[in-house]
Write a new protein. Structure first.
Length: 402
């Protein structure tokens, strides 16, 4: 079937909001090439479970496409239309399984030497979409916080080396009650601007007491889900013909119910947690990987006003079979290695935060937990210098948030 054959009743399996959205823009979808539409439907089909920022982006994209004149649509999608697709792809259920279609499309384009042409077309479309989009102004300065080095008694090597040239390095921060002060500051921001999924707390270990105004994910809380997923993976690996690609497809289809998550909670957040574990490499096993990937996905998908990430010690490397099976008793933690991982994770967090709207006014704070070292990047602070100011973490946040 081709997009020109689309009918409203074919989307009966979609969730209410996504179905309503598709039907509202059905005429536009009918005009688009098959090489493009499933990629769009892959996002639309999960519309009901996406964060507000994601829904706004999808709304804007569809509104932009629907506003184009026929000649403009033809110009935008000419490169996609020139791609040659097989009859086998046309017969796939790309309406209800768009993600699986996109996977097989990628393989087909690679084998027919059309992948470069598809990539060029996608880049050109992305550039046009960004120009047409008008990001909404944010209501307050975006703030990112990273806390690293939990449990490390001493560490003599320089920290924050990748960030120092961009901000002010503080050497005499008062560490007492640091986590509590940071969480209190985050709660104050959430109270001032209570935006849905706008203020986050990610913990690589056990989450500290925090306000219900914060969206929170933690490695420890998801232990039962992680165990269920690893057991599921072990079962699938043992099946004949199960390879890496087949396993990836299987994991992409897993739902919260498949992993024992009760539907009584926040379904948007629960599906996000499942995605963290099924799409991230190592997020099921290593706490630092979990925290770093969660920070990336929160920034990319929710575009929060506030993101507080607390890294925790990860277990030491062991044979992969032991890690996957959960055997070996109580894990041994690598404190120093975790600090090094988290230091780089904080750097990545700042890089991704810079890609969001309002980045020129955003701020970032990283602190060596339990110690006097911290670094702040903010429009009001000088770059590449050291400060001997004696501040507690609450005062440092105020300085960063300006």
């Amino acid at each position: 079937m081709l997009p020109s054959d689309l009918k409203a009743e074919q989307f009966s399996g979609y969730q209410p909001r996504s179905r309503k959205l598709v039907i509202a823009h059905l005429r536009t979808l009918q005009e688009l090439p098959l090489s493009f539409v499933p990629s769009l439907l892959r996002e639309v089909i999960d519309y009901d479970f996406k964060f507000p920022a994601e829904r706004t982006s999808i709304d804007q994209e569809l509104a932009t496409l629907s506003s184009l004149a026929p000649a403009q649509l033809k110009e935008w999608f000419q490169a996609f239309s020139l791609l040659s697709l097989s009859p086998k792809l046309e017969k796939l259920d790309w309406i209800n399984q768009p993600a699986q279609f996109v996977e097989q499309l990628s393989a087909y384009l690679w084998t027919t030497h059309q992948l470069d042409a598809f990539r060029d077309a996608a880049i050109a479309y992305g550039n046009r979409s960004r120009i047409a989009a008008s990001p909404e102004p944010i209501v307050m300065r975006r703030l990112g916080i990273a806390v690293i080095g939990q449990g490390v008694v001493s560490y003599d090597a320089p920290l924050f080396r990748n960030l120092r040239e961009h901000g002010t390095y503080f050497k005499q921060i008062k560490p007492e009650n640091g986590v509590e002060l940071l969480l209190a500051a985050v709660e104050t921001r959430a109270k001032a601007h209570p935006v849905a999924y706008g203020h986050w707390y990610v913990d690589g270990g056990r989450a500290a007491d925090h306000s219900s105004l914060l969206s929170c994910v933690s490695f420890q809380k998801l232990e039962p889900v992680r165990a269920a997923l690893l057991k599921n993976i072990q079962t699938e690996i043992g099946k004949p013909g199960m390879g890496p690609e087949e396993l990836r497809t299987h994991m992409a289809r897993l739902s919260p119910t498949d992993l024992g998550i009760d539907k009584a909670g926040d379904e948007v957040l629960e599906r996000f947690e499942v995605k963290l574990l099924t799409e991230g490499s190592g997020t099921q096993i290593f706490s630092t990987t979990f925290a770093q990937w969660a920070a990336r996905e929160v920034l990319r998908r929710a575009q929060p006003l506030t993101l507080f990430v607390r890294f925790a010690p990860r277990q030491r490397q062991r044979p992969m079979n032991d890690l996957m099976s959960g055997s070996g008793g109580n894990p041994e933690f690598d404190l120093t290695g975790s600090l090094i991982d988290a230091d780089m994770g904080a750097y990545y967090q700042w890089i991704i935060q810079r890609r969001l709207p309002g980045s020129e006014q955003s701020s970032f704070l990283v602190w060596f937990e339990g110690h006097s070292q911290a670094l702040v990047i903010a429009p009001s602070l000088p770059r590449g210098i050291e400060s001997n100011s004696i501040l507690d973490l609450g005062e440092l946040v105020s300085l960063a948030a300006g």
